[in-house]
Design a protein around this ligand. Sequence first.
Ligand code: SF4
Length: 331
Amino acid sequence: MTASRRLPFQQDLEAPAGQHAFRQRLLSWYDRNRRDLPWRNRRDPYRVWVSEIMLQQTRVAAVLGYYARFLRRFPTLEKLAAAREASVLAAWSGLGYYRRARMLHAAARKIVHELEGVFPATSRDLLALPGVGRYTAAAIASIAFNEPAAVVDGNVERVMQRLFGRSLSQREVWVAAEDLLSRNRPGDFNQAMMELGATVCVPMEPLCAACPVVRFCSTRGRGSRNPKAKSQRKREICYALSCQNGEVLLLKRPKDAALMPGMWELPEIEARGPRSSDLQLRHSITITDYRVRVTRTETPLVSGQWVPATRVSKLPLTGLARKILRAAEII
Ligand code: SF4
């Protein structure tokens, strides 16, 4: 990489001495400030792996409850491999991006049935598991097995772009992350970089006054605001909630559906005028805010499958179906 123009008093991040000082500052900040997250308590590869898959495209706060429940339900790799896919999806229900759960399950089966239950211990071997890409392989290998493999996620990429103060290609970001990585504490270093991006070098207004590596940074927050932040779309959507003799009418999405195949949901119906028996709630998926209206009825408005209310919570429900059924106090 070419050297960028440095600010007065800025330390050189591309020289070995600067990189050494950067690692020290970042790691000592991490030791004092890291959040107490359940997957940081033990460096068990199974637990690290589950957390890394859950954290893909999902915020830490949203993952915490699911992580604890998932591990209570599947405390070991063997228990996960022996489970039915529907049970895994049910435990994942509400986290979204269900392909992650399917891949996690397929990988657990592969480890138990093809690798004699031995968890792959290098990033190269981890890459051969379903659902494990370069980032996840490096995260597990560095955190659970201390392999010096750098990770780059959205947080790390943003920190790097700001530190170096110029537009880096994906390849350059990975090269810079490998250069900076601590060989002694690679897992902690990777987590420290992600923690910095998640809590200090945040997307809109980085907290540069609290940044442990401000002396290495080329931008110090300049040009951080993104005026073209995506605006949310709004949509109204209506569902029927039919209950009869302790049963609820549900639909199973087709196995070949592009989104959430095989998951259970309430039947969607045409929009109708508001009624006193309606439930209303809001639900957001990526860039769409849904206003959800639920019509309660004893007589089914569309065909579906009657499921005993006592069984409903064990089904792999879509996140929205679970939210509606909770609001209606059925589960
Ligand atoms: S000084 Fe500011 S912009 Fe630079 S890395 Fe720290 S928080 Fe991010």
